[in-house]
Design a protein. Structure first.
Length: 371
């Protein structure tokens, strides 16, 4: 009998309205959590909907016609997202990634990008404003995204083989359309483009080397992501994770690689370059080599809950503060208070556990808080 996994949709509605400290404190740009980690990177989920049903993210059995996505009135409006972003930037955030669900499904997303693109850091620098997309609408929208002020895109593509890719996206979406999206994005200047491939053992790991070969020598940076136990609906098993070390070993056999320095502290991908000078690949080892000690990321869900870890069991309801009419100073102080309490390091703790042990807690879906 196959066990059906029940989604944790109810977690979306957990009430956790942040505490506003009596003594309000202005933002200094120097937040530090309990493990001395700053806040630099904010991922904003702009929709919980998607036109794909990737088996590792939104499996059809769970995200079917009966699945209740969030109604429009619960989503943060563009004005609310922009207001919160300004507060986060004052706290030290320099990089904003729009994600989802599929961010290009959010109506008038270009308008939001225009609103975010004019925000600068306290020392006057523009934000690093990016988006992760499945590229299904990218060819159509690349120019308007660029014109609105988007800097770069990361595209998810799990295989070049049609059968494998369609088995993974589970909506028969063709590889060629994703590749065309990448090409158009490149042409309009949304590069350097990164391509993310989630490697699921027994499903697309035979595509590691063909993907590497295809993008070698192109301006695209391919990154291999270890299949993660995010959410509660993908039925994750440790033996379906292909460790990054194995990914590198397989590529290195025919296309020699050497490791290179990270671009900055807290970078999620480990970087490797081809010794013949024809570009680089990255590996994101969230399972086998946790990088929690440098994690400076927070996530804002579609309905305005702040998650201080991808694997958190609940969020902090910033939308409630916004809609109750709290001032910027109050929200700023509430976020300082929250960050000061942060001690998340889920992946490190999981790594310390023995293989086969049950997952420690139930978690929210990636399509809801964003990747
Ligand atoms: N729909 C967009 C896309 O696919 O690019 C953005 C949202 S998606 C949740 C963001 C990223 O999370 C994608 O690159 C996706 O492959 C990755 N992802 C989703 N579920 C995952 C899992 N279980 N393990 C590892 N990565 C995952
Ligand atoms: Fe959609 Fe992205 Fe999740 Fe795939 S990974 S189901 S494209 S949100
Ligand atoms: Fe950051 Fe949580 Fe991932 Fe660790 S598990 S790297 S704390 S998001």
């Amino acid at each position: 009998m196959t066990e059906r996994i029940i989604p944790v949709a109810d977690l979306r509605y957990l009430q956790a309205v942040p505490h506003i400290p009596e003594q309000l404190v202005p933002a200094t740009g120097l937040l530090s959590d309990r493990l001395s980690r700053p806040l630099r990177d904010l991922r904003i989920s702009v929709t919980d909907r998607c036109n794909f049903r990737c088996v590792y993210c939104m499996p059809k059995e769970v995200f079917d016609n009966n699945y209740e996505f969030l109604p429009q009135n619960l989503l943060l409006s563009f004005e609310e997202i922009t207001r919160l972003t300004k507060i986060f930037v004052a706290h030290g955030v320099e990089k904003i990634r729009l994600t989802g669900g599929e961010p290009l499904l959010r109506k008038n997303i270009e308008k939001l990008i225009e609103m975010l693109a004019v925000i600068t850091t306290p020392d006057g620098k523009p934000l690093d404003l990016t988006m992760t997309t499945n590229a299904s609408l990218l060819a159509k929208k690349a120019q308007s995204l660029k014109d609105a002020g988007l800097k770069r895109v990361t595209v998810s593509l799990d295989s070049l083989d049609e059968t494998t890719f369609q088995r993974m996206n589970d909506v028969d979406f063709p590889v060629a359309d994703v590749l065309h999206g990448i090409e158009v994005a490149q042409k309009v200047g949304l590069g350097p483009i990164k391509v993310n491939m989630v490697v699921k053992g027994g499903m697309n790991d035979q595509e590691i080397v063909p993907m590497a070969r295809y993008f070698k020598g192109s301006p695209v940076i391919l990154r291999f992501i270890e299949y993660m136990d995010v959410g509660a609906s993908n039925g994750w098993k440790m033996d379906e994770v292909i460790p990054s070390a194995e990914v590198i070993r397989r590529i290195n056999e025919s296309m020699p690689l050497e490791e290179i320095e990270p671009n900055y502290t807290g970078e999620t991908a480990e970087r490797w370059r081809y010794t013949d000078g024809s570009g680089e690949v990255g590996v994101i080892s969230s399972v086998t080599q946790a990088f929690c000690s440098d994690c400076n990321r927070a996530r804002l869900s579609t309905e305005g809950k702040l998650f201080t870890c991808l694997f958190a069991t609940g969020g902090h309801d910033l939308r409630a503060l916004v809609r109750k009419g709290h001032s910027d100073e109050e929200i700023t102080s509430a976020i300082s208070h929250l960050w000061a309490q942060r001690e998340d390091r889920y992946s490190e703790l999981r790594t310390q556990q023995t293989e086969g042990l049950e997952r420690p807690v139930r978690k929210v879906e990636m399509s809801y808080i964003g990747g």
